[in-house]
Design a protein around this ligand. Structure first.
Ligand SMILES: Nc1ncnc2c1ncn2[C@@H]1O[C@H](COP(=O)(O)OP(=O)(O)OP(=O)(O)O)[C@@H](O)[C@H]1O
Length: 298
């Protein structure tokens, strides 16, 4: 099956500054991909090139087999900027009706689109009265016009509260389940960790890591943390039996190499009569992200 997005050896230079260098990746139908990177890593530049807003210096890009910016590619791609702005005096219904007409579709589709993003109840209210989360939903509804096959979302959840974020990702999951591909940039690593299939890490314009969280974790080979809670009165015994452990917030914490984890657990299990709980904490995406960024000298 043709990938929704194919990028091969992409380079972009601005007046001698290398914003992107030899970046290659593909996104399959229904895949949710997170684009991570420090400020200035090249995320927005990559999105602008995919959208056909600026040309690449060299390299190949195809969106459903078409060149970025072509009528065919534009029909398949939708974009949601970080801070989406609408006319505050228009209602959600009027705003979407307007966008539908601009895309050559019937304004009569607006109520169904607003329902899809959970805004049916506020359709006839002015957007000026909407919360930030509701405005992001209008943006997403607008991005859904014409059933795009690739959604490009620039920090779509920045400024949203935790419940709005969760709802937003639930909606993305539904879209991905119908075959839409999603490329989103984010600085919120914890939510990305749980809600995307694959992660791309850009550093100074180069792709320094790509893969599922599990694959990146294995490749990074970072230490695993083990948190041990003693039964009251036995913390000192357990600390003595587990050299190297440190006492933090009522529990003993140790780290070990991934390949040593089972042996350490066996030693901990031997202490069972004195143990209340044991928790294994694998490296988080934040650990993995800083590992790859550090490796690149940042
Ligand atoms: N129009 C431009 N002219 C010159 N340099 C530019 C231009 N646009 C971007 N750059 C440079 O290209 C590099 C990548 O910028 P880009 O905006 O793509 O980063 P980003 O990862 O999106 O950062 P952020 O997280 O801050 O949005 C930076 O060094 C930036 O200064």
């Amino acid at each position: 099956m043709t990938p929704t997005l194919t990028i091969s050896k992409l380079n972009k230079r601005f007046d001698g500054v290398a914003a992107l260098t030899e970046v290659s990746f593909r996104i399959a139908a229904g895949e949710r991909v997170a684009l991570l990177g420090h400020n200035g890593a090249g995320k927005s530049t990559m999105m602008k090139i995919i959208l056909g807003l600026i040309p690449a210096t060299s390299g190949e890009i195809e969106i459903c087999g078409a060149a970025p910016g072509s009528a065919q590619a534009r029909a398949h791609v939708a974009y949601l900027p970080e801070n989406v702005a609408f006319h505050p005096a228009l209602t959600g219904l009027e705003q979407l009706g307007h966008y539908l007409r601009l895309r050559g579709e019937s304004a009569g589709l607006a109520p169904a689109l607003l329902d899809r993003v959970g805004l049916g109840h506020a359709a006839k209210r002015r957007i000026g009265t909407y919360s930030k989360g509701m405005r992001q939903r209008v943006g997403l509804a607008q991005a859904l016009i014409g059933h795009p096959r690739l959604l490009v979302l620039d920090e779509p959840t920045s400024g949203l509260d935790p419940v709005s974020r969760r709802d937003f990702y639930a909606l993305l999951d539904e879209l991905a389940a119908t075959g839409a591909s999603i490329l989103l940039s984010s600085h919120a690593l914890t939510e990305v960790e749980a809600r995307t299939d694959r992660i791309l890490i850009l550093s100074k314009g180069r792709m320094v890591a790509t893969g599922s969280l599990a694959a990146l974790r294995t490749a990074a080979d970072l230490p695993v943390s083990v948190h041990v809670t003693a039964i009251n009165g036995y913390a000192a015994d357990i600390a003595a039996a587990l050299p190297g452990s440190i006492f933090v917030q009522g529990e003993l914490r140790l780290t070990c190499r991934p390949e040593e984890k089972l042996a350490l657990l066996a030693r901990i299990t031997d202490l069972r009569p004195k143990l209340a709980d044991v928790e294994i904490v694998p490296p988080s995406l934040e650990d993995i992200y800083s590992h790859y960024s550090k490796r690149d000298g940042q």
